[in-house]
Design a protein around this ligand. Structure first.
Ligand SMILES: N[C@@H](CCC(=O)N[C@@H](CS)C(=O)NCC(=O)O)C(=O)O
Length: 170
């Protein structure tokens, strides 16, 4: 294990464990993961905002919470944010898992920082151009593809590492 971790050093230059807080790679994971989750909750809040604004609710009992009416139904603004959230669900949980596994591969700090922050930027922009500002394509497709490429790269790297190091001991 020591050789895997030999290039993970803290700010003081000491070799640190993968899942310790003074490992800058793990710190980046914690920061990016929590920001991504907060971003997803931002979309949930935006869904609630559009439901309240347009008085369209998901269940009968919700319509009775307001004195001024409302109905069970949907609205294009609500559906747009829900699609953005659904797309997050298709991409972010995979990142949360594979990026954590990637920390065990033992790569340079800059690679982790670059890939993780790029993913955060790509998914944040995806939400902004899809749910908030409705920017014409290919803006959303570019953001999506960047996130997808990073997830695929991380998965491939972890796969190769798992195979060669785990199975073949190289
Ligand atoms: N589940 C997606 C798969 C393809 C995908 O994620 N495309 C990106 C770039 S065009 C996207 O933002 N799709 C919109 C969406 O998932 O609502 C879909 O049906 O579109």
């Amino acid at each position: 294990m020591a050789d895997i971790l030999s290039n993970i050093t803290s700010k003081n230059g000491e070799v640190v464990g993968v899942l310790t807080i003074n490992n800058p790679q793990f710190a980046t994971y914690l920061i990016v993961a929590s920001l991504l989750i907060l971003k997803m909750y931002g979309l949930i809040l935006l869904t609630i905002f559009h439901r309240q604004k347009n008085k369209v609710f998901i269940s009968e009992e919700d319509t009775k919470m307001r004195g001024d009416g409302g109905s069970v139904g949907t609205h294009p603004d609500v559906e747009r944010v829900r699609r953005a959230f659904q797309n997050d669900l298709e991409n972010i949980p995979a990142f949360l898992f594979i990026s954590l596994a990637y920390l065990f591969v033992g790569v340079a700090n800059w690679a982790v920082h670059l890939l993780f922050y790029l993913f955060l930027i790509a998914r944040t922009l995806h939400s902004l151009v899809y749910a908030l500002y409705v920017i014409p394509q290919p803006a959303r497709a570019i953001c999506f593809c960047l996130g997808l490429l990073i997830n695929c790269y991380l998965s491939f790297h972890v796969l190769v590492y798992g195979f060669f190091t785990g199975y073949l001991g190289k």
